[in-house]
Design a protein around this ligand. Structure first.
Ligand code: SF4
Length: 264
């Protein structure tokens, strides 16, 4: 019997959805476990249905977001693609919402996946106490860390919270087991965080951390617009222009020259 009894298999978490065969969230083919609940309120958030930790239904009652699942129930789904992981160096990625908002569930899920030799990756803002962050970083194979601003005032204005804890956790992350397997993801929002000054700050901060593998700049998009409408919530950045490829290249060059890192 492969799956012996293990601690935490009955722990429940609020799952938004599972996505199979993703190639954007880590190495190889991945099963991405999207969790529900996030303490941030980024004005550009393209997944507003992931923010509340509660089950939500669209105004017309047609779609329900969120489902309680046990660690074992998630892993039953994840294991189904083991062959794909083996042939592509893929595995399981846990994303949000914010995964650190459900630390016990996430830790149990990651530990069990590691025990079953399933590659593990997380996507997180690192917004949590270090005592929550550290054991999770110690168990994963790689991590995407979303860094939206370095300027605290801008972070507060556009996400609702200070970024002090995030920057501090990113500095400390270098001491964890995953070594240089941290990738920074910065959503590029025109008129919000794409000034030369802010991009240089981001580049200098990230370049000053020895444990960052590379940086990804992700262009702003409006894919969440319809979901805001269905949930009856305002989309504050609905009028922001999509950045052109030329502007993205300029932003990448600014971050690359100020960080000394490869920027995608
Ligand atoms: S951290 Fe991610 S999930 Fe949370 S509000 Fe910001 S964009 Fe949305």
């Amino acid at each position: 019997m492969m799956h012996a009894e293990y601690n935490g298999k009955d722990l429940q978490g609020m799952v938004l959805r599972l996505e199979k065969s993703s190639v954007y969230d880590g190495e190889g083919f991945r099963t991405v476990v999207f969790l529900k609940g996030c303490p941030l309120r980024c004005q550009w958030c393209s997944t507003p249905e992931s923010q509340s930790p509660e089950i939500e239904t669209t105004q017309d009652g047609a779609i329900t977001y969120g489902k309680m699942m046990t660690v074992e129930e998630v892993l039953v789904e994840v294991r189904k693609d083991s062959l794909f992981y083996f042939h592509s160096n893929g595995g399981m990625t846990v994303s949000g919402g914010e995964i650190l908002a459900q630390p016990d569930f996430v830790l149990a899920l990651l530990r069990r996946a590691c025990f079953e030799v399933i590659d593990t990756c997380i996507e997180t803002s690192l917004y949590a106490d270090w005592k929550i962050v550290e054991p999770i970083l110690d168990v994963v194979d790689s991590a995407f860390v979303d860094l939206k601003f370095v300027t605290e005032e801008l972070h507060k204005k556009y996400t609702g919270i200070s970024n002090r804890r995030i920057l501090e956790n990113l500095r400390k992350a270098g001491a964890c087991n995953l070594g240089e397997k941290i990738i920074i993801r910065t959503p590029l929002i025109p008129g919000v965080n794409d000034s030369e000054e802010e991009l240089e700050k981001i580049g200098r901060f990230v370049g000053g951390q020895a444990h960052i593998h590379h940086i990804q700049l992700l262009p702003y998009h409006r894919l969440g617009t319809d979901t805001y409408r269905k949930l009856g919530r305002p989309y504050l950045l609905a009028d922001v222009e999509i950045p052109t490829p030329e502007h993205m290249e300029w932003c990448r060059s600014v971050v690359a020259s100020s960080s000394g890192l490869h920027v995608m």
